[in-house]
Design a protein around this ligand. Structure first.
Ligand code: SF4
Length: 601
């Protein structure tokens, strides 16, 4: 084992900031991590054993189980809506173990995980990093039988390969793109690297930034910060190196647009990074790819290799003097919070993905202390079209405060889940009509951190002044129990994903969930509704967006579906402890072998 650790740490020049890569490589080569190795690893990297342990214990996909096949089943809401429970039962039966454990023969381990970016084709699981979608008990039976008979995992894909470039030999995946509506970004009018060849040479970096500012594009990740301004700040900060990061860590349940962009248009995304580097003066580029999309890694590295061969990466790109820039792919290891830019940078530096206090902002002091511009996948793809067609072209689409188009990931109770590129200003009703969503009781816009709304809000428009969104939209018909099926699942998501640094974010989602359960179990009273309304707001003082929005499932359902809470509470009581006191006394007396005595009045 020592040899393997030495070989892998040498691969990264014993650079402690590459600890996540090193742990991933050890796990890849040996199948699992062992705490026994951490001492050696710490010595090689000049870290303490506790620091290695801290990182290794933070991420979902680091495993200490030796199973040959590690099965991670998505337990997010869209999976539950599509038959997740039946798949759980089938997996437990066929693999002969339970979730959270490994089979006795060491062949299978079963784990649950948050959204894996397949909400349009659930239930889905990752098996040793390979996605298996649209699982049913029958398919589980066939798949596990195949694996038991010794078939290779990739040969066990039980359907034809997916559409488009999912069938590329380097992807070889059964995932489908489900592109339902193409707009300015997803059109096929794109000639890879044409903008690098024909547009950069005639303009200065400052002119490129002026075009981006003129287009009024705002970051597509959800926060909506003006991209041109971010680039300008990055360029103005004095430093020896600057960094541009493409944030491909979309983890919001219901979101999968980056998966499709990276599969079908990776050149567009990488070209956007090169333009960003030219404009800001960055010489270091990193695509932070969520672990759930590891199946795209080899394919994406192939695209980067071709770019190097053709002079679109490396020294003096396309012959431009002093323009040196390259891109590497940093794989995440499974943590929703790493979608937050400073947490992502911590992760890239080999640490736990805990958000930093701000200021300083990454654009002043980010990755390894250098000014760092973090852009979303969709933003970078849009940039290429902006430079190609001009700022006015882009700004002419959308609304006065939201220019261009937005790529939506639509899932849940609709006939056509998938990707829709629409102009900003489109109404929710329009999107529901496109997706074939009927009998709609509610939709969740923007994932668990967004808003749950009923039909009264369906005439609202997607825009920064009305409904800003990172792009996830989940549809619920009238068969869904909004509080039990939706809100509870989202609260579990936040409880699971909190990094634990802030007491509000660590504690309040648990407290809120308990209150919700009290109401759902019939013990709620009016003051419980008042409590969750005010306690939910306490979360807003948390350090990062995850904690600040963790009360939203409760708060927005309370705003738009208050009647569902009212129907469940007891009207004739002012106080209820929330449990059956006599039953609890009997249970505890039984436990200590005493006879319960109750006073009678
Ligand atoms: Fe971590 Fe939550 Fe605090 Fe964000 S708000 S830093 S996720 S504890």
């Amino acid at each position: 084992m020592q040899d393997l650790i030495n070989k892998i740490t040498k691969r990264y020049q014993s650079d402690k900031t590459r600890l996540v890569d090193i742990l991933l490589d050890i796990q890849n080569e040996r199948g699992f991590l062992s705490r026994d190795d951490f001492g050696e690893l710490a010595k090689n990297l000049k870290l303490s054993k506790a620091e290695v342990c801290e990182t290794a214990s933070f991420y979902h996909f680091f495993t200490f189980q030796k199973a040959k096949y590690k099965i991670y089943l998505n337990d997010s809401l869209t999976s539950e809506m599509a038959g997740h429970d039946k798949v759980v039962a089938a997996l437990e039966q066929e693999c002969n173990t339970t979730f959270g454990s490994m089979s006795e023969d060491g062949r299978f381990s079963l784990e649950k995980t948050s959204c894996i970016g397949m909400s349009d084709q659930e239930p889905a699981a990752l098996i040793n990093g390979i996605p298996f979608t649209q699982l049913t008990p029958y398919r589980v039976k066939e798949l596990i039988a195949d694996l038991k008979s010794g078939k290779e995992l990739k040969e066990s894909i039980y359907e034809a390969l997916g559409d488009g470039r999912n069938a590329d030999p380097l992807v070889h995946s059964m995932v489908n793109n489900h592109i339902r509506k193409r707009g300015a970004i997803l059109t096929e009018d794109y000639k890879p690297f044409d903008v690098i060849e024909t547009k950069l040479c005639t303009r200065s970096p400052e002119e490129i930034i002026t075009i981006v500012e003129g287009s009024n594009i705002r970051g597509r990740g959800g926060a909506g910060f003006p991209t041109g301004l971010k680039w300008k700040f990055g360029r103005l900060t004095k430093a020896d190196h600057r960094v541009i990061i493409c944030n491909a860590d979309e983890g919001e349940p219901g979101t999968f647009k980056d998966r499709v962009l990276l599969t079908e248009f990776p050149e567009l995304v990488f070209e956007g990074m090169v333009i960003g580097a030219f404009a800001t003066g960055a010489d270091i580029g990193v695509l932070y790819l969520r672990y759930e999309y590891k199946y795209l890694l080899e394919y994406l590295n192939g695209v980067l290799d071709d770019m190097r061969k053709n002079g679109y990466l490396g020294k003096e790109i396309n012959g431009y003097k002093h323009f040196n820039f390259d891109i590497r792919i940093q794989l995440g290891a499974g943590a929703y919070v790493c979608g937050e830019e400073s947490a992502l940078i911590e992760s890239m530096e080999g640490k736990r993905g805990e958000p930093r206090d701000k200021p300083p902002f990454p654009v002043e002091k980010g990755y390894l202390g250098y000014p760092t511009i973090v852009n979303n996948v969709e933003t970078l793809a849009s940039i290429v079209k902006i430079i190609k067609n001009g700022a006015a072209w882009f700004d002419s689409m959308g609304t006065s405060d939201s220019s261009g188009t937005k790529i939506l990931s639509v899932s849940g109770d609709c006939l056509f889940p998938g990707i829709y590129e629409v102009e900003w200003g489109t109404t929710i009703s329009d999107v529901l009509e496109m997706a074939g969503a009927y009998d709609v009781q509610a939709i969740q816009v923007g994932g668990p951190s967004g808003m749950l709304m009923g039909p009264k809000g369906f005439n609202r428009t997607l825009s920064y002044s009305d409904l800003a969104t990172g792009g996830s939209m989940i549809v619920f018909n009238h068969t869904r129990d909004i509080l039990r099926d939706v809100v509870l699942n989202f609260m579990d998501f936040f409880i699971e994903e909190s990094c634990g640094s802030c007491s509000t974010c660590r504690i309040m989602p648990v407290v809120l969930k308990d209150k919700l359960l009290k109401i759902l179990n019939g013990y709620g009273v009016e003051s419980d509704i008042a409590d969750i309304a005010s306690w939910g707001k306490l979360l807003r003082i948390s350090r990062c967006g995850l904690g600040q929005t963790a009360g939203n499932p409760i708060l927005t359902s309370l705003s738009n579906f208050r009647n569902l809470y009212e129907e469940l509470i007891q009207k004739d009581k002012e106080f209820d402890a929330g449990f059956d006191l006599e039953k609890a006394v009997v249970e505890s007396c039984n436990f200590v072998n005493r006879k319960p005595v109750f006073e009678t009045h």
